[in-house]
Write a protein of this length. Structure first.
Length: 147
């Protein structure tokens, strides 16, 4: 009987400790529940239109073939590919586009001659979905430099 009582008291203690954040952190970032401290629950968005952006990289090879460039094609996981190449180019930095062309052309039998960044932005509004094309960015492969 003493073992059951100790286990029950231990469980009640653990449950009671969950109330500490409710009483301790009653500032601006906390209201009533302890889990509101985590951004997943606390950072809600006000009502309004929902935006989504779709971006694509399309490579044109010397043979004339076009293919979408993805992380696995380059040898990177998709998040790393997005962070290293896609996001900087859309923010106005052209250097990653040329680095990407060089990276793919190092081991390619059919080299890339042009890299095209394209996409669209979709906004969900009361009347439906509004699609707006993003500006197309085109980068041409630089000629090989002689040493």
């Amino acid at each position: 009987m003493q073992t059951r009582t100790r286990i029950s008291l231990f469980i009640l203690l653990i449950l009671g400790l969950h109330a500490i954040p409710v009483f301790w952190y009653q500032g601006e970032r906390q209201t009533r529940w302890p889990f509101l401290a985590w951004a997943m629950y606390a950072r809600s968005f006000p009502p309004g239109p929902i935006d989504m952006t779709t971006r694509r990289l399309v490579a044109t090879f010397a043979s004339g073939k076009e293919e979408q460039v993805t992380g696995p094609l380059v040898g990177l996981p998709s998040p790393a590919f997005q962070k290293a190449y896609v996001t900087p180019v859309w923010r106005g930095d052209s250097a990653p586009a040329y680095e990407l062309i060089q990276r793919v052309n190092r081991r390619a039998t059919d080299p890339i001659v042009q890299l095209r960044f394209e996409g669209e932005s979709q906004t969900l509004v009361d009347s439906g979905v509004v699609t707006t094309a993003l500006p197309v960015l085109i980068f041409h492969a630089r000629p090989a430099q002689t040493r």
